[in-house]
Ligand binder design. Structure first.
Ligand code: BGC
Length: 407
């Protein structure tokens, strides 16, 4: 008896830029391909999921999962200001159809870190008409969402607010690193350290909240889906005597965004690790052999902390775990991490937290924003041949889903 709902979603997640390949009109593509770009890897063909999504979805369904979170790519759908592609909308509609045919509930993200280049280069979210432009894009894609039950507007607005103040630090932390070289681990640690010292841009957070409110209205008016956004939670905990700093850090990094979700239909919870907060703010993860390939502490309990906090602070709206996973080259660690994380999820449910599903990050190894080295996939991909090889963790998650209740 796990107490999970009969319609609990068991699945995995991806995002367009990280798996599709050749996302030519996106701001990230421009950044990766700029002369002297400090990003060690370019996304290039990624893992060609743009063409191979039927195979990817079939692997998830065959393993016994019943949900897949993927994104619509704004930069493909509106590659030029005001020029909307019906062919690209049809492409994403085919993805929705394929998911349904395979018995996978589609969970669709409308914006996952990347922006159309024209939009980014003219001010991005800081454009005065940002909410209108995003709303116009959603209105255009809404026919493709007609039988989708779950729509995420913006992925991790709080990380967008972090990145806004971080770009230079991150780029120099990652700069000049060959992702396959031994120093790649060092780059991950430096990146994690840089992230610990940055302060999210609250003005951008306020803007994103307005953009999101408008987007939720449009999704509700034009589809039957539940609308929400996804928030990255670092599961901060105070060190003794630093409760006030913790409160401030938590508020600006994530509390604000959990609060905004109160008026939504659900909240996407994304948790990977937990970080203490001392007098100076978030403490960088100390070096440890168990740290993941992104330099994060191995903390499966983060999921329980994040779910409980989200439940308290977003006013008791339904929660969907839209990301949780581990970057590792040892699949037994991925299984151990996920097993423990699910134990924390089930304990939260037993305590009354309304959790509607668990979507593992990630279905496939993918482009981890500048590098291919951190492998998060339940399925590994040979990037020369694009051959997919499910890892044991995929079958394990399917079996766990059957054990713990699958409709
Ligand atoms: C993002 C993903 C990313 C993952 C692991 C989340 O912040 O939504 O795009 O790959 O974490 O870093």
């Amino acid at each position: 008896m796990t107490g999970l709902r009969d319609d609990f979603l068991w699945g995995a997640s991806t995002s367009p830029h990280q798996v599709e390949g050749n996302n030519l009109n996106a701001d990230w593509w421009a950044l990766e391909n700029a002369p002297g770009s400090p990003l060690p890897d370019r996304s290039g063909d990624a893992v060609d999921s743009y063409h191979r999504y039927p195979e990817d979805m079939r692997l998830l369904a065959d393993a016994g999962l019943n949900a897949y979170r993927f994104g619509f790519e704004w930069a493909r759908i509106e590659p030029t200001d005001g020029e909307f592609s019906r062919a690209e909308r049809d492409h994403y509609r085919r993805m929705v159809d394929t998911a349904h045919e395979l018995g996978l509930a589609p969970v669709v993200t409308l914006q996952h870190f990347t922006l159309p280049r024209w939009f980014a280069e003219s001010g991005g979210w800081r454009r005065p008409d940002a909410a209108d432009r995003f709303a116009r894009y959603i209105e255009f894609v809404s026919p493709a969402l007609r039988d989708v039950d779950w729509v995420c507007t913006i992925n991790e607005p709080n990380m967008l607010a972090v990145f806004a103040n971080l770009q230079e630090t991150v780029l120099s932390a990652m700069g000049g690193q060959d992702a396959d070289a031994p120093e790649a681990g060092q780059a991950a640690t430096e990146l994690a350290t840089a992230l610990a010292h940055v302060r999210p841009d609250q003005a951008l957070g306020d803007t994103l909240a307005q953009v999101h409110r408008r987007a939720v209205e449009v999704v509700r008016a034009t589809t039957n889906a539940k609308a929400g956004w996804t928030v990255a939670q670092q599961s901060f905990t105070p060190t003794p005597g630093n409760e006030e700093v913790f409160e401030r850090v938590h508020r600006v990094w994530e509390g604000f965004y959990l609060d905004v979700a109160r008026d939504d239909d659900f909240l996407g919870v994304q948790a990977y690790t937990s970080q203490p907060v001392d007098a100076n703010g978030p403490v960088p993860h100390p070096d440890h052999p168990d740290n993941s390939l992104t330099g994060w502490a191995f903390r499966p309990d983060a999921l329980g902390i994040s779910l409980r906090r989200a439940w308290d602070e977003a006013g008791g709206i339904p929660l969907l775990v839209t990301e949780n996973g581990l970057a590792t080259d040892d699949d037994t660690r991925r299984i151990a991490y996920t097993d423990e994380a699910l134990g924390h999820l089930e304990a939260a449910v037993a305590d009354g937290v309304d959790v509607r599903g668990y979507l593992h990050w990630s279905a496939l190894d993918n482009y981890e924003w500048g590098r291919y080295a951190p492998t998060f996939g339940l399925i590994s991909v040979d990037r020369e041949t694009f051959v997919r090889t499910p890892r044991p963790s995929l079958a394990w998650l399917g079996a766990r889903a059957r054990r713990d209740g699958l409709r």
